[in-house]
Structures are given as structure tokens and as C-alpha cells.
Design a protein around this ligand. Structure first.
Ligand code: KPL
Length: 295
């Protein structure tokens, strides 16, 4: 297969190297379109040389995976519009929700898919990527009109072979809401308290964690995401344990003075809460605090 990867951050680099290792042609699209190739090593292996930014090659790709952050989706994808025939599936993989709703109407003809993953990767420098956690990736439809076609099914099989497990999800919105809840609790708290994910299990944070989960659960119920409060709390705690030694992406963004994804994480949750007139004092407070830290 020929696969385009837009965004060569940690997850984009992981996908690019794993796909090339599995024998596929990879085309990397980076922020700087004048860069002609990228050179990157995966874990302890030799370097992968990946061709980059020949936009005329996009039309020959079987699928494009967009791994840029939710805050960069629009600016990364809009310039590619004229190079992308409408038959090519575009798979978006990022934290948060609502980023695709900002795309211009011209994308209506394109098959758009959303993905969520528990794979973890870390990029210590621009030439190296480390696969730090083995997980699962789910892909599903952005709109109800998009179905699992035979073409997409065979792409998913190839992706699964390169970086297992990759699976189709009939209700990707529910997987995205669960991930959103995790990110709404862990990301702002770790960024504000400057701690690792696992430190949120300490007793001093429990009252706040509980209130955040409660508020989030109310919104999920209102939008029709029926998950019990206990299951949601357990899932969030499991992620704190499984990623206990990690700094969340928002912690890293604040630390490196980069914009965070707060608008598409807590911001998205607050917008939904507003629609149903649900009071969200705890998430509001975190949202404001992260906005201040970003400044
Ligand atoms: O997705 C994450 C992030 O950091 O953005 C979690 C699951 C919180 C892992 O760190």
C-alpha cells in the first residue's frame, strides 16, 4: 500500500516507521513542505528514510492518516485539498473532539474517519521515536453515511499487520467520548499540578478527580453515552495506573510552552454541557487555569 501520514510527531513517526518496516510506501507530510525526506529511527533499529511532501503523490495513496493535534487539523489539511481525490479515505487520529467540525464544506465529498488509540509513543528528538506502550487502535465513521467498505477493510488489515491491533468500531463516538473523559481529567490536572499521570492516584487529588468524573458523567448521560459512573471511574483510574510514569500530552505542551488541546478536550465538554444547561464548576476552573498557563 501507499499511505500518507500527515504530521510526524510521536504517533505519526510510529505509524510511518511501522508501515515502512512492513513493506509499505510511506509519504510523510510535515509542516515544512520544502523538506524532501525525513530520517528517523524506531527504538533501537536502523534509520528509516521516508520521502516527504511531494504533494502530487497524495493522489496515489490508498489512505491518509492525519496524526496532527486537534488544534492543527484545519491548518494541516486544508492546503492538501486540491491534491486529494475524493475516493481516498482520510483517517484522523488525535485527542479531543470537534476538530473535524471546523473543516470547510469542501470536505463533504471526502470519506472521513476518526480513530482513537491507546498506543503510546515518545519522540525524544526529531530523529528518533520510541514505542512506549502497546495498545489498540479503533477506526470508525465520522458521519453516519460512511460505512466499512471492502476497500477500507483491507486498509485496516494492513494497518493491523503493521501496528496491531487495529479494528473497525461501529460506534466510534462512544470510544471517543470515553477517551475524552480520560483526557478531561488527566490532562489538565497533570498540567496544572505538574505531575505524572500516576501521581493523580494520591489521596490529595481524590476529591477533585471524583468531582471531575461526576460532571463529565452527567454530560455523557445527556448526550446519550450510557456508561455507569463506576465503570467510567474505574477506566480513568486504570489509565492513571497504566500510564503512571508518563507526563500527559498537556503537561508536555505547557512545559514546552506550546498551545494545548484544551479547546478540543475540556472546551468540547463544556460546549456540550452548555447545550444541556449542566453546571460544570470544576471543569470550568481547569479550563480557565490552562488558558492562563498557555498565556
Ligand atoms: O492521552 C493521553 C495524553 O497524555 O494525552 C493520556 C491517556 C492521558 C496518556 O498520557
Amino acid at each position: 500500500m501507499k499511505i500518507g501520514i500527515v504530521g510526524i510527531g510521536a504517533l505519526g513517526s510510529l505509524w510511518a516507521t511501522k508501515l515502512q518496516q512492513d513493506g509499505h510506501d510511506v509519504l510523510a507530510i510535515t509542516r515544512d513542505h520544502s523538506q524532501r525526506s525525513i530520517s528517523i529511527s524506531l527504538d533501537q533499529q536502523a534509520k528509516f528514510e521516508i520521502p516527504a511532501n511531494d504533494l502530487t503523490q497524495l493522489s496515489t495513496c490508498q489512505a491518509i492518516i492525519i496524526t496532527v493535534k486537534s488544534t492543527q487539523v484545519k491548518q494541516a489539511i486544508e492546503p492538501l485539498f486540491t491534491y486529494l481525490p475524493t475516493k481516498i479515505p482520510l483517517i484522523f487520529l488525535h485527542n479531543g473532539m470537534g476538530a473535524l467540525d471546523q473543516l470547510s464544506e469542501q470536505w463533504n465529498q471526502h470519506p472521513l474517519f476518526l480513530a482513537t488509540t491507546t498506543q503510546a509513543a515518545f519522540k525524544p528528538n526529531s530523529q528518533q521515536v520510541k514505542h512506549t506502550g502497546i495498545g489498540q487502535t479503533f477506526i470508525g465513521a465520522y458521519r453516519e453515511t460512511e460505512k466499512l467498505t471492502a476497500q477500507l477493510d483491507s486498509i485496516i488489515q494492513e494497518l493491523d499487520s503493521a501496528l496491531p491491533k487495529v479494528m473497525w468500531h461501529n460506534h466510534i463516538q462512544s470510544a471517543l467520548w470515553k477517551k475524552l473523559a480520560i483526557n478531561c481529567v488527566i490532562n489538565p490536572m497533570t498540567a496544572i499540578y505538574q505531575c505524572k499521570n500516576g501521581e493523580l492516584l494520591q489521596s490529595q487529588y481524590q476529591t477533585e478527580v471524583k468531582s471531575l468524573i461526576n460532571e463529565c458523567h452527567q454530560v455523557m448521560q445527556a448526550v446519550g453515552q450510557n456508561q455507569s459512573l463506576n465503570d467510567l471511574s474505574d477506566r480513568i483510574k486504570q489509565v492513571m495506573i497504566a500510564t503512571s510514569d508518563n507526563f500527559s500530552s498537556m503537561h508536555q505542551d505547557i512545559h514546552h510552552k506550546r498551545p494545548t488541546e484544551i479547546e478540543f478536550i475540556t472546551g468540547f465538554l463544556l460546549k456540550q454541557a452548555q447545550r444541556y444547561a449542566i453546571d460544570m464548576p470544576n471543569h470550568q476552573r481547569l479550563f480557565k487555569k490552562i488558558k492562563q498557563l498557555e498565556k
